[in-house]
Design a protein around this ligand. Structure first.
Ligand code: FAD
Ligand code: FMN
Length: 775
């Protein structure tokens, strides 16, 4: 086999080295445009885990790498004059040049020919090669030349950054947050060899322009940064090396190979530098590509590329997604700027989702304790609830809205059971809701319930337009109040254009099969959900608006009489009120369409009328879709304007969901994937929020509350299979204060004992499983 590698960065070199080691007879040559001692940038970092992988693949380069690396354990956040350290992070850094030179030497040892000062402008010269590896970095010419096949997407992110160096010694990965008159700047810094550290400066475009960097050359920028960071640099200078201001390009290629050309490293996908994973990704992909070619290459290059793709695609996407979340946090770092130092540090530590409360306890209990010292005091000052001694973890702290206090922050999210007959809840609903309340959640939502028969999604939806329905709901609420601490929230909604459809487990969102059984639909505009399949709804007129508003008001009164503690207006998921809010489903020309002020008008009218009918001591919330996950959909600015308008109308909480507006949506799912929406609303508007969506662990809930990403956390599917989620979490953290009915107390006591033991064992195992420190 003959292989040409274009690009002698960490990805290309490591691939060449590993492949040649495994297949000494193959002819492998690397073509690098730069000189051997010529490199941009300063240091690179690797986590303990990555170093373990390198150790197992090439002990010789590992040995040289570990000699050249500076090792540290702490991540340090410097903010508002405080230094906050979190230990247990295990990172190693070295200069990029040192890493490349180690790889050059290893390539030479095993017989890989590396051509320096050998720029490749077209690939025809490699016509005799079986494989061409495009490892030519972030601006890959190969990717662009074959863009039609690789299908890259490239997005330039908004923040400005420049990669500089310094002689300032550092003993941990340090984030310096510097307040300036034009906004925050973050310096991402770490030492990579004695007397040398990397300083990546990042700020918003507004701060960058305001501070006058626009138009300054490399040297003048460095001098200005030195002035701003004079205290942090502690007398040291900044060093430049092609330290130009850039916007981070987020690259992802849909296809990773074409004929005999395959992409590797940054050429194929980039990960924002704030999670320090670019070089790791490139080298791990190099391992996978090498393995795949060694195994399949002689038989079928295509089979090898397929195996490479299969082995790496998910991992690359997960890392890239984590990097995107981290990047997004830095784009909005100002939004956390009113926080106290420890909370800010907690946010910085857990910004990329993989580090949670439980995980931080493992890394550094002292850090979590310092956070708790500050957090419980602030919480006491702001709420009057004193948990300074009991410290039940943030998820088990009480929370108050108007006259109602929730025992904890866990919520059973509304879930349509599609099991009512004529809108009347039955035994199924009684068992379902009361069991979940007994499970310990602070708040239990009932499913979207409709104020009239024609407002229903399906024939199985619950309703609240007659006495029989009110009586059955009252039976449920009375039982919950008599036997648990849980509060009950009624969610009222109107299906709009998504009405008259089949049950969830039939063909959801599709009309009833028997044509005559369908009822007429209304929506903001006459746009069907599925073109050609769904009914075309009538545009809601003034008479219809008045009738529906009156329906909601009577249902609100019934909900109050049934004893519900809280009331929610469902304005999400493409149903009637959501259809007014989203520009994708509202094309009205009257005062209810067009601008966001107009689009929110009707939902707001209904909300206000309900608020007037609902007791002032009982809270009210809305649920919104904070993104339509589709081009032309609702924007963040619109979401802020909408929630603020509801806030002024007496809304106490925004339940932040997303999507289901249009069938062509392209959601990006992942752990806690909707939390950034709740966080944005919480931090920009100051309104209380509830997060929901793929939240499955108590540690995640604690992180969300601790970091003020939301005030309440709702779980839907996890509660379907485990009504006792909250009790188990209480046992896990040893929270004995959780109210338990006397019939169940011996079970709770046992769970507390057992969970305590399991937790100790798990912590010990996880500590043992951590890669050992290199130095
Ligand atoms: C500010 C910043 C900070 C970063 N910090 C870190 C960090 O701390 N840790 C980390 O792991 N990663 C970090 N990275 C990311 C890291 O630099 C890259 O992700 C990593 O180097 C990718 O490796 P690669 O081999 O794919 O590409 P590169 O390292 O970019 O290598 C590509 C090589 O191809 C060569 N080349 C390009 N075109 C041609 C051509 N036509 N002919 C011949 N040769 C060509 C280039 O000269 C280059 O040597 C950072 C990136 C930035 C921008
Ligand atoms: C079976 C089922 C029914 C649902 N019904 C409703 C509903 O009636 N009202 C609502 O606002 N959301 C409804 N949802 C959405 C959930 O409340 C929740 O937002 C979503 O499932 C994401 O949370 P999860 O990842 O914890 O499941 C439903 C979800 C499921 C799984």
């Amino acid at each position: 086999m003959k292989i040409a590698v274009v690009g002698g960065g960490p990805g290309g070199l490591y691939f060449a080295l590993l492949t040649k080691k495994a297949k000494p007879n193959w002819q492998i040559e690397v073509h690098e445009q730069n000189r051997a001692d010529d490199t941009f940038g300063f240091g690179v970092v690797f986590s303990d885990e990555t170093l373990e992988e390198f150790l197992s693949r090439d002990p010789q380069s590992y040995a040289r790498i570990s000699e050249a690396f500076a090792y540290w354990d702490d991540i340090i956040v410097r903010y508002k004059g405080r230094e906050m350290r979190c230990a247990g992070n295990g990172f190693a850094g070295c200069s990029r040049l040192a890493l490349l030179q180690i790889l050059h030497r290893r390539c030479e040892d095993v017989g890989v020919k590396v051509h320096f000062e050998a720029p490749v402008s077209e690939l025809s010269r490699f016509a005799d090669c079986d494989v061409i590896v495009g490892a030519d970095g972030i601006n890959s010419r190969i990717r662009e030349a074959y863009a039609a096949h690789f299908k890259p997407s490239l997005e330039l992110k908004t923040n400005k950054y420049a990669w500089l160096g310094s002689t300032r010694p550092l003993d941990g990965f340090t984030f310096f947050f510097k307040q300036t008159e034009h906004g925050l700047i973050c310096a991402h810094t770490y030492q990579y060899e004695p007397g040398r550290s990397t300083w990546v400066m990042e700020m918003s475009p507004q701060a960058w322009v305001g501070l006058g960097f626009d138009g300054l050359d490399e040297d003048a920028s460095a001098r200005r940064l030195e002035k701003i960071f004079a205290a942090e640099l502690d007398g040291h200078n900044l060093i430049t090396n092609r330290s130009l201001w850039r916007n981070f390009p987020r690259v992802f290629c849909e296809n990773w190979w074409h004929k005999n050309i395959v992409l590797l490293g940054d050429a194929k996908a980039t990960a924002h530098f704030s999670i320090g994973s670019g070089t790791k990704l490139a080298m791990e992909c190099a391992i996978a590509l090498s393995d795949a070619l060694v195994e399949h290459g002689e038989r079928s290059v295509e089979a090898a590329f397929r195996a490479y793709d299969e082995a790496r695609r998910t991992e690359v996407q997960v890392t890239q997604h984590n990097a995107d979340v981290s990047l997004a946090w830095f784009e909005h770092m100002e939004r956390s700027n009113d926080m106290k130092p420890m909370q800010f540090a907690m946010v910085v530590m857990s910004r990329a989702k993989s580090i949670t409360w439980d995980n931080l306890i493992l890394r550094d209990e002292g850090f979590v304790k310092a956070f708790e010292d500050e957090w419980y005091q602030t919480y006491f000052d702001e709420s009057g609830f004193d948990c300074r001694k009991t410290r039940p973890t943030p998820m088990f702290t009480p929370f108050k809205l108007r006259g109602m206090t929730f025992a904890n922050r866990v919520v059973v999210s509304p879930m349509d059971q599609y099991s009512a007959v004529d809108g009347v809840p039955n035994d199924w609903h009684f068992v379902h809701y009361t069991t979940r309340a007994m499970g310990g959640a602070g708040l239990v939502y009932v499913e979207m319930t409709c104020p009239s028969a024609d407002a229903r999604i399906s024939l199985g939806c619950t309703g609240l337009w007659n006495d029989a329905q009110e009586v059955e709901f009252k039976r449920i609420v009375d039982f919950v109040h008599a036997n648990s601490d849980a509060k009950m929230c009624m969610q009222l909604g109107h299906a709009g254009r998504k009405g008259s459809t089949q049950l969830l487990w039939e063909e959801a969102d599709h009309p009833l099969p028997e044509e005559s059984a369908n009822w007429p639909l209304t929506s903001a505009s006459p746009i069907p959900y599925y073109q050609g399949i769904s009914q075309v709804p009538a545009e809601l007129d003034a008479g219809g608006m008045a009738r529906i508003k009156a329906d909601f008001v009577q249902a609100a009164r019934r909900a109050d009489r049934a004893g519900f503690d809280m009331l929610e207006l469902h304005c999400a998921h493409g149903y009637l009120f959501a259809s007014f809010l989203s520009p994708l489903t509202n094309s009205r020309k009257d005062k209810y369409g067009g601008s966001v002020e107009n689009r929110v008008r009707y939902p707001l009218e209904v909300f206000r009328a309900m608020r007037d009918a609902w007791p002032s001591l009982k809270p009210m919330s809305i649920r919104i879709s904070a993104s339509d996950w589709a081009a032309g959909g609702i924007s963040e600015d619109a979401v802020v304007a909408i929630t603020e308008a509801f806030g002024q109308a007496g809304c106490d909480l925004v339940s932040t969901s997303s999507g289901q507006t249009v069938p062509e949506q392209q959601p990006v799912y992942g752990r806690m994937y909707q939390v950034p929406f709740a966080e944005a609303i919480r931090n920009v508007t100051g309104m209380k929020t509830m997060a929901v969506g793929a939240i499955t662990e108590p540690g995640q809930i604690n992180t969300i509350i601790a970091c003020r990403r939301a005030d309440l956390v709702a779980l839907a599917r996890p509660h379907l299979i485990d009504p006792y989620f909250t009790r188990r979490a209480a046992a896990w953290y040893g929270v004995a204060t959780q109210a338990t009915p006397p019939q169940y107390r011996s079970g709770m006591a046992q769970a507390l004992r057992e969970a305590g033991r399991t937790r100790e064992k798990q912590v010990e195992l996880q500590r043992k499983a951590k890669p050992r420190h290199r130095k």
